[in-house]
Write a protein that binds this ligand. Sequence first.
Ligand code: CMC
Length: 469
Amino acid sequence: MTQKTAAAKAPPKPETKAPAKTPAKPADSFTLTDNASGKSWQLPARTSVMGGRLIDIKRLYGDTGVLTYDPGYTSTASCKSDITYIDGEKGVLLHRGYSIDELAEKSDFMEVCYLLLYGELPTPEQKTSFESDIRIHTLLHEQLISFYNGFIRNAHPMSIMVGVVGALSSFYHDSTDITDIGARRLAAHRLIAKMPTIGAYAYKYSLGMSFPTPHNDCSYSENLLQMMFSNPAEKYKIDPVLAQAIDRILILHADHEQNASTSTVRLAGSSGANPYACIAAGIASLWGPAHGGANEAVLKMLDEIGSADRIGAYIKKAQDKNDKFRLMGFGHRVYKNYDPRARVMRDTCHEVLEVLGVEDPKLKLAMELERIALEDDYFIKKKLYPNVDFYSGIIMKAMGFPTSMFTVMFAIGRTAGWISHWKEMLRDEDSKIGRPRQLYLGAKAREYLPLDRRGHTDKKVSWAWLWGG
Ligand code: CMC
């Protein structure tokens, strides 16, 4: 038999086509498929030290011409950071790896500032040197002090903070070359040092009192306490428990990764702006009731509720879609569990009230509100727990701060975080000027009509419609 006949008798071989060549998928990547065109792209994955994987979309637009849509950045990491880690599901908050509970219990605010800025807890020598670096900047320039007189007496202290901290940029603009690391360091230390003085003066101005001199022989928190509450006619005795409570409040507010005000500082700073002006922008963002202004709003809400028998009605209001009322001090973008700061704040609140011998019916009301909300289906389903602002106002009120000063205290603590993020951003080789894109839904290109050719439209146009839709 010839080979040919053998081949003729053999069953036909199934047709084997070479498989179409698909580009190899890098193991650590995501595939994006456009169902309209059938095209696919590989997007690299990035892995956090803790907290899972992210899709790196840095080159998405350049490679594909497609943008992402994410209002409120609910799913977008705007930067990389080494400073703070939050596990919102478990209610964990770590600064440089250290838990907030441990820092609040064992550390002090100066140490936490150092940790946030420089990455490690200071040695005894580093701590002493850092504290004295901060101390030498507590005074304000006399010309800056004259700014206060420009404010109306009943100005909200946060408006004074925005103005006066912004004005610092005019005092230190030419000397602040942000490409110079010495100038960055000086700006960071100056800001941490001057914030208590600026905040205390905002309060004294509202009272019509003279501005106290900072006491550099006191700790940071003792000095803040004495500047707020001393008066020139009497010797002020610092209560160590209150100074410690202030210190703890500052620690609990020191940083919280990429929240609205920190992102504002980063965004402002990304253009190379003056750091004092960037911090003023952060203060403006913090002021809103959805952010740092919530501590003030909690007290106003407790005042409005008034008594425990009215809690049920307010819980209902908070659930009503047609009512704008929200339970202030509840809920968080990241925490879907008890905010760890709220727990420490609640314990501190009990300690402070006990020391002061204050029986505050507001604390009782707050605890009852918390109990009822935590057992309510709506709050359980939506994972709405008390946040840091829920108890902080009660402590500060007991210590004698007026409600309008609560957010100022938050700003003083948060300056450490803001300036640490600003520093980190300037060192990051990936950082660029912040410039989000948009989903455009407006008119297509159209011809300009001269006034006399514009007819009436059928649309009912009122101011309410134009502003509110
Ligand atoms: N009371 C009643 N319902 C709430 C509340 C609340 N406090 N918070 C959120 N919800 C509901 C909200 O109506 C929404 O319901 P639905 O899905 O049916 O539309 C759902 O929960 C998710 O709310 P969201 O507004 O989409 O969530 P968000 O992540 O954008 O907002 C928040 C977070 C903190 C702005 C919000 O929870 C809130 O307004 N809380 C009250 C203000 C407050 O305490 N702020 C301090 C935050 S912590 C400190 C800080 O950041 O400064």
